[in-house]
Design a protein around this ligand. Structure first.
Ligand code: ATP
Ligand code: MG
Length: 580
């Protein structure tokens, strides 16, 4: 029942839709229950010879009127109740998206996209069906079953008892199959998630697949998963397929009993012809709910399982949360201090950063260099609190980063991540991503500083050109410079560039750095780079090696020291000489 706590809130929110829908449904049922009564009267009149055409016209007119009523009211219950279930789906989908949006970055490292897609499609559908059709059908089934049984008993209670003897078998079949249906449906869902995951990975990795000629193995892998999905579905269909015939068999027995026992009574004149026909008609009505119970059980089982899975997401609290009364740094000065910080992505994993102590005074430009995998990007990510660090190890403007209000802090940081990501929007929208209210002039000014302006104006529609799947394909360097412009437009107090010039040639980089000089005079800057030419003018350079700070100082001091930094410098000079 815990599963339904989430749903209860939404059912309550749309209660009036349900109330109105149920009312209409009752009318439909009422009309349907009257029709056999009229048929009975007409047939009795015919068999006793009391019928004339005027009377038959009257009965036909009634039936026509009722049929119209059934049609009209049926439209409304469907409109209201199916409508309510669509609204519930809408709310749940929004909540789902928002919950995911609030999760910290770490959550997405651990969660597969395929699983999320399956939740957003299959599972949400299953819950919608449960919240709409299944609820209506169970209400309808209960009402119709009771009402038609009363009608049957009124016509002939003894015969009713006889024909009801096979009914418990129906319940038995349903109980036996319900659990199995549930289990197999779960397996189908899991298999579907794995299939979507595969497809998703293929589409995003298509370039690598082509370059390494892996189409055939990829397809083979997909086929295996697809076959598994089909097999799981077939197992479900097998049970589902046995369900209907078994129920049909029981129904056949019921009608056989009516013919046998009821027919006998008509012959012995214990029952009128009209009663016999009406009895069959009410039995037909009573049987629908019995079948529906099986169907409803299925919908309910699926819905319950799916709701359970969605609840897991809904109840997921973001790993990174603000404290109760967070410190709002506005404006941010940009003083940063690490105190004996150890950091690892997983609790039981080797630390990625070890015993880091460093100070970055506000307004300084600091560079971080080091071998690949040494922990540079990690150092930057924790400065934005994308991952949590131990208490008392990282301070921003003198406050522990864990005590800060996240939004105002992050708004004042301009970060160009190592992996550039552009959205499928126009160039200008991508630049304005962090500052949607900025003017176009400002955005263009930042584009000029980032040295992307000249490229963009050559695109077919200049700054309004679409980027990505639906527009131009950009080079790595072009993407990086758009990302730099995006960070600048935020007017950050703290500018972080994570290897942001890696795809840009040294000449362009030089120009960007010159343009940035004025901008960077007012901000605290942290530059990660593999190139000595990028970092040599920094106020201070830290060399990270295997998670430790191995060296620190100015360019000249580090050359003097003759360690890792001097070594990198020597090699890069040599490389340059060979290239020139
Ligand atoms: P590069 O110069 O190649 O960008 P880097 O110095 O930026 O390297 P990091 O990206 O900080 O290196 O990675 C440092 C270590 O942390 C690596 O061993 C990497 O495997 C590990 N690591 C990075 N990101 C994660 C993550 N999200 N989860 C677990 N481990 C990670
Ligand atoms: Mg990195």
């Amino acid at each position: 029942m815990k599963v339904f706590r989430t749903l209860k809130k939404y059912l309550w929110r749309y209660k009036w839709y349900f109330v109105a829908g149920f009312f209409m449904l009752l009318l439909v049922d009422g009309f349907q229950l009257v029709i056999p009564r009229i048929t009975k009267a007409a047939i009795d009149a015919l068999s006793y010879g009391t019928a004339d055409s005027a009377l038959l016209m009257k009965y036909a007119g009634f039936i026509l009127l009722l049929a119209t009523g059934v049609g009209g009211t049926r439209f409304f219950w469907r409109y209201w109740i199916i409508g309510a279930s669509r609204k519930i789906e809408f709310d749940l989908r929004n909540r789902f998206y928002y919950t995911l949006l609030s999760q910290s970055v770490g959550y997405f490292n651990k969660t597969k996209v395929g699983d999320l897609m399956a939740l957003a499609t299959n599972d949400l559908d299953a819950v919608r069906m449960m919240a709409g059709i299944a609820i209506v059908a169970s209400f309808d089934a209960f009402f119709m079953l009771t009402a038609s049984l009363v009608m049957l008993a009124l016509l002939n209670w003894k015969l009713t008892i006889w024909v009801l003897i096979p009914a418990p078998f129906l319940s038995l079949i349903i109980m036996k199959f319900g659990k199995q249906l549930h289990d197999r449906f779960e397996q189908v869902q899991a298999s579907f998630a794995s299939l979507t995951d595969k497809a998703q990975e293929t589409y995003s990795g298509i370039r690598v697949i082509k370059a390494y000629v892996q189409e055939v193995p990829e397809f083979a892998d997909f086929r295996v998963r697809n076959r598994d999905y089909m097999d799981k579905n077939m197992r479900l269909v097998k049970i589902w397929g046995m369900f209907d015939p078994l129920i049909g068999f029981v129904i056949g027995i019921c009608f056989g009993l009516v013919l046998l026992l009821g027919g006998d009574r008509v012959i012995l004149a214990k029952m009128s012809m009209g009663d016999f026909v009406a009895f069959s008609a009410y039995l037909g009505i009573a049987i629908w709910p019995m079948i529906a119970i099986g169907w409803i059980t299925n919908l309910y089982q699926r819905g319950k399982a799916s709701m359970g899975r969605l609840n897991v997401v809904f109840e997921q609290t973001p790993e990174i949360r603000e404290i109760e009364k967070p410190v709002v740094l506005d404006p941010l000065k940009g003083d940063i201090e690490f105190k004996n910080l150890d950091f690892s992505y997983d609790e039981d994993a080797e630390p990625v950063l070890k015993n880091i102590s460093l100070k970055i005074p506000a307004g300084n430009t600091v560079a971080i260099v080091g071998r690949t995998g040494s922990g540079k990007s990690t150092l930057l990510k924790i400065m934005l609190r994308l991952f949590d660090v131990p208490d008392g190890t990282l301070f921003i403007d003198g406050h522990d980063i864990r005590t800060l209000a996240l939004e105002p802090f992050r708004r004042q940081v301009g970060m160009v991540p190592q992996e550039t990501f552009l959205f499928s929007e126009t160039v200008i929208e991508n630049i304005k991503f962090g500052a949607p209210d900025a003017t176009d002039d400002d955005a263009i000014r930042c584009a000029k500083i980032a040295q992307i302006y000249d490229n963009v104006i050559e695109f077919p529609e200049g700054f309004s050109t679409m980027v990505g799947e639906r527009g131009v394909s950009l080079s790595g360097g072009q993407k990086q410079r758009i990302a730099i412009a995006r960070a600048l437009l935020m007017k950050p107090k703290l500018l972080i560039l994570d290897d942001a010039f890696s795809a840009v040639d040294t000449e362009t980089e030089e120009k960007i750095l010159q343009g940035l000089a004025e901008f960077m005079a007012d901000t605290t800057n942290i530059i990660v780079s593999h190139r000595i030419s990028t970092v040599k003018n920094a106020d201070k350079i830290f060399v990270i090696d295997d998670g430790y700070i191995a060296e620190e100082g100015t360019h000249d001091e580090l050359l003097e020291l003759g360690g890792i930094y001097a070594d990198i410098d020597r090699r890069q000079k040599l490389e340059k000489m060979l290239n020139d």
